[in-house]
Design a protein around this ligand. Structure first.
Ligand SMILES: Cc1cc2nc3c(=O)[nH]c(=O)nc-3n(C[C@H](O)[C@H](O)[C@H](O)COP(=O)(O)OP(=O)(O)OC[C@H]3O[C@@H](n4cnc5c(N)ncnc54)[C@H](O)[C@@H]3O)c2cc1C
Length: 463
């Protein structure tokens, strides 16, 4: 029997479940379709949360092995219990996905279990049962991008999903792709003892990140043991009894060579996921990259069908998906929902972390915007010295004429937390001087943000 809803959200990732909660808060009758056995999408099940659990655990292991002695903390023989580490990760994921289930109950959201197909505007079939609704929100997310000649089996050639599940530390992990996911998961297995080689097509890592930060980041990771093979493309992978043999060629052309690995992580990006949705049949437009095309208000070309999150254009980030979910739910309720795409922070959760918001120096140059730069190294920050974590710096970019904050890029301890201050300041239209005149507690890492803001005007105090 069909049931009527105000909103049916397809997909329960951070875009979908947050849209569902906000719509329910605003008084709508909401259902969310999810085919996975647990709620929370890529982010909670096989993305942000499990990767961060393993990053924290591997960091603790690495600290015990290499750094605690510096603090005069002498531990006995340090051993790795990988099974326990993986079990803890599963517990963290379980607590989070159950948390979303609780929030659905609290907000009276119906979880329709199964695969959702849009059969007509206002109509969704879930494993054969039809439901009617005023609005449909597509929030089906993304999947790992395949590479011709490199077939993922999630055992020896893995995507990020398999890389989160390894039950043995590989001797040699080769990561194809020097982006965020490859470097985070490379860090996990490197800290646990793997030799890690990253093969990247471009002649730099983390494309899109401010060049100066990316170069410094590469140096720090190299110091930690990462090997980088930049300007190289993988053209094939052959499985052997011992692992995998990769064929690698210079990106610009030239002789091929082979690289052997115990495990290969394919991490060259993600692509929009719309399989089984029935978009073609209802005429929803997608672009050349398979993303659902939306207008400025998340509407597709078919009335009453909307899309948010990884499945549409923009950075594939959980908080971007969430903010779109909130904005769309508010618009459906007649409010003025809004996402400021100019101020979406991005964080790489390695150690040190990398965090950015706003424009990079390269973008400002390309757009012909005159700017001032203020920089401050963590080496000159008392708290960073006390922590023994002095790698990296804060870089702030401000308009040359008005001093308006245009962007900030941080490589350093807890960069992901520090960037929130600049994001807040940018949302309030602050200048670098505004940040410089805010009283920052001493001794904190955040004083480096203040000092970089002072440095925009050439008047940093502690360097
Ligand atoms: C290893 C890894 C680490 C990451 N780390 C971070 C991080 O630290 N920070 C960050 O911001 N982002 C991170 N991301 C990216 C983040 O996970 C995504 O940006 C985010 O999950 C996108 O949310 P979404 O709601 O658009 O879709 P998703 O989270 O992908 O959720 C989509 C859901 O829809 C379901 N679905 C699809 N089709 C159907 C259908 N027809 N019927 C029913 N259900 C369907 C899927 O099963 C899935 O559960 C990471 C990603 C990965 C892979």
């Amino acid at each position: 029997m069909s049931e009527n809803f105000d909103v049916i959200v397809i997909g329960s990732g951070p875009g979908g479940y947050v849209a569902a909660i906000r719509a329910a808060q605003l008084g709508m009758k909401v259902a969310c379709v999810e085919k996975r056995a647990t709620l929370g999408g890529t982010c909670l099940n096989i993305g942000c949360i499990p990767s961060k659990a393993l990053l924290v655990s591997s960091e603790n292991y690495s600290d015990a092995l290499h750094h605690l002695g510096d603090h005069g903390v002498i531990v006995g023989e340090v051993k790795l219990d990988l099974a326990r580490m993986q079990a803890r990760k599963a517990e963290v994921v379980g607590a989070n996905t159950k948390g979303v289930e609780f929030l659905f109950k609290k907000n009276k959201i119906t979880w329709l279990k199964g695969t959702g197909t849009i059969t007509a505007p206002g109509q969704v079939a879930v494993d054969g049962t039809e439901y009617t609704t005023k609005n449909i929100i597509i929030a089906t997310g993304s999947e790992s991008m395949p590479l011709a000649g490199v077939e993922v089996d999630e055992k020896t050639i893995v995507s990020s999903t398999g890389a989160l599940e390894l039950d043995k530390v590989p001797d040699h992990l080769v990561v194809i792709g020097g982006g965020v996911i490859g470097l985070e998961l490379g860090s996990v297995w490197g800290r646990l003892g793997a030799k890690v080689t990253v093969i990247e097509y471009l002649d730099r890592i983390v494309p899109g990140t401010d060049n100066e930060v990316a170069k410094a980041f590469e140096r720090v990771l190299t110091k930690q043991g990462f090997k980088f093979k930049l300007g190289s493309k993988v053209t094939g992978a052959t499985k052997t009894a011992d692992g995998v043999v990769l064929t690698v060629e210079p990106a610009k052309g030239g002789d091929a060579e082979t690289v052997t690995a115990d495990v290969v992580l394919l991490a060259i990006g993600r692509r929009a996921y719309t399989e089984g949705l029935g978009l073609a049949a209802v005429g929803v437009e997608t672009d050349a990259r398979g993303r659902v095309v939306t207008n400025g208000h998340f509407g597709t070309n078919v009335r009453g069908i909307y899309a948010i999150g990884d499945v549409i254009a923009g950075p594939m980030l959980a908080h971007k998906a969430e903010d779109e979910g909130v904005a769309l739910a508010e618009m459906l309720a007649g409010q003025a929902g809004h996402v400021n795409y100019g101020v979406i922070p991005g964080v790489i959760y390695t150690w040190p972390e990398v965090a950015s918001v706003g424009k990079t120096e390269e973008e400002l140059k390309a757009e012909g915007i005159a700017y001032n730069v203020g920089k401050f190294p963590f080496l000159a920050n008392g708290r960073a010295r006390a922590m023994g974590m002095t790698d990296g710096f804060v870089k702030i970019l401000a308009d040359k004429r008005t001093d308006l904050l245009l962007g900030a890029h941080i490589l350093g301890p807890d960069a992901g937390t520090l960037i929130a201050e600049i994001a807040t300041a940018m949302e309030f239209g602050a200048s670098a001087e505004d940040v410089a005149r805010i009283c920052h507690a001493h001794p904190t890492l955040s004083e480096s943000v203040k000092e970089a803001a002072l440095a925009v005007d050439g008047r940093a105090l502690h360097i």
